[in-house]
Write a protein that binds this ligand. Sequence first.
Ligand code: HEC
Length: 183
Amino acid sequence: MTASKHITFFAMVFALTFAGCKHNSPNVTFMPDMAYTPGIKAQAPGSMRMPVKGTVSREHQSYPYRDVLVAGRELKNPLASTAAILERGQKMYNTYCIVCHGAYGEGDGSVVPKYPRPPSLQSDKVRGYADGSIFHVVTMGQNLMPSYASQISADDRWATIHYVRALQRAKHPTAEDLKAAGQ
Ligand code: HEC
């Protein structure tokens, strides 16, 4: 349709719509649709469509473990310890963990001793933990340590664990590491 035909068309529709229209509201409403919607305040009870019971958002991954050692046995680190992953882990560690745990995880972060000194990540206990156990602590929190599940994605938590392993290895080098370093 050309522009002028458009105008003619609308003029006709307009004329037909209001032809013989004496009242503001007709006696019979043809297809009322949303003409008479009840007034409901936004977010008032009854106005919200609640999700079906048991609905879980796609972003939410349920975390089933309640025990640090069971998580350690059953969860495997899905990431390989590559240079890029270690760098990502370092970034996460320096953002979220270092303030409490310190640069090498020895419990000497900048908030200590105002904040109670956390246990060392260089301990036999944590060095002996499977990756899944460390993942569990970071995901669920433990006593004074809060959960980081909402701040650090699962992948970034796993990357952080690779970095913690690198810190442990830096303080407890293997014979091979020492040889490679020429000592
Ligand atoms: C606000 C300070 C704080 C931050 C930040 C923090 N932690 Fe902790 N962390 C603690 C404290 C305190 C404990 C000891 C909790 C307890 O008493 O069981 C702990 C415990 C741990 C443990 C278990 C140690 C053990 O011997 O049981 C691991 C592993 C750990 N943290 C790793 C991390 C990692 C990785 C991060 C960063 C993602 C992190 N933490 C961030 C304070 C913190």
